[in-house]
Design a protein around this ligand. Structure first.
Ligand SMILES: Cc1cc2nc3c(=O)[nH]c(=O)nc-3n(C[C@H](O)[C@H](O)[C@H](O)COP(=O)(O)O)c2cc1C
Length: 190
């Protein structure tokens, strides 16, 4: 698909049809995560692709799906064909920035793993559009319940859960009442 079209068509979907998606398409979308840049090429972003129905249901429950559904928004997480849980591994950055061509203090002002996690997230979201699969993102503030179910080690942080699957009719987020900002690009100076 033409890149401008992919970019325009991307939107967060918060309800899927429950239909399955071929594993090779899911793998392709998941692997887009590795195409993002990373600080020092530390490559400290990884994903857990979950397709087992019981595990999807368990993650959904642990991430508060009942509360979401009680607001009339449907069973977003359990309607997905797959979850891609995006993880960041700060230790990989500390190791890399401890190497002779790097300075560990570079990690102080901005912990690069969060930046790289965002870049990987966007790569996955765009790959999903390109593959004709819709995607949504549940932020890590609501996704920590997935840790125990997926046996994620303490030293690994969960950025959030990408839901993948064909889109169903979802209720648009209240955030979308906000207008698209038109002054985000300045020229020559602030
Ligand atoms: C870091 C981040 C966290 C987000 N967390 C959530 C979330 O927990 N639940 C949710 O429904 N949407 C979440 N979103 C989606 C945003 O609400 C959405 O991207 C925004 O409203 C713009 O809509 P669009 O992506 O469809 O263009 C998150 C997006 C980002 C980038």
């Amino acid at each position: 698909m033409d890149f401008a079209r992919v970019l325009r068509r991307r939107r967060m979907v918060r309800l899927h049809t429950g239909e399955a998606v071929p594993m090779e398409d899911l793998e392709r979308v998941a692997h887009a995560l590795t195409r993002a840049p990373s600080a020092g090429w530390a490559q400290g972003v990884s994903g857990i692709l979950v397709t087992d129905r019981d595990r999807i249901a368990a993650v959904a429950a642990a991430c508060g799906e009942d509360e979401h559904a009680s607001r009339g928004l449907g069973r977003w997480l359990s309607s997905a064909a797959a979850h891609l849980v995006i993880c960041v591994e700060p230790q990989r950055y500390r190791d890399r920035y401890g190497e002779p061509d790097k300075n560990p203090s570079s990690l102080d002002p901005i912990p690069w793993w969060w930046v790289d996690g965002g870049a990987s997230l966007m790569a996955v979201l765009l790959a999903a559009v390109d593959a004709g699969i819709s995607a949504g993102f549940l932020g890590g503030h609501r996704a920590q319940g997935a840790r125990a179910i997926l046996e994620i080690p303490d030293e690994v942080d969960v950025l959030g859960v990408v839901t993948l699957g064909p889109p169903a009719d979802d209720r648009p987020s209240s955030s979308l009442r906000r207008e698209r900002r038109t002054d985000a690009i300045r020229h020559e100076h602030w």
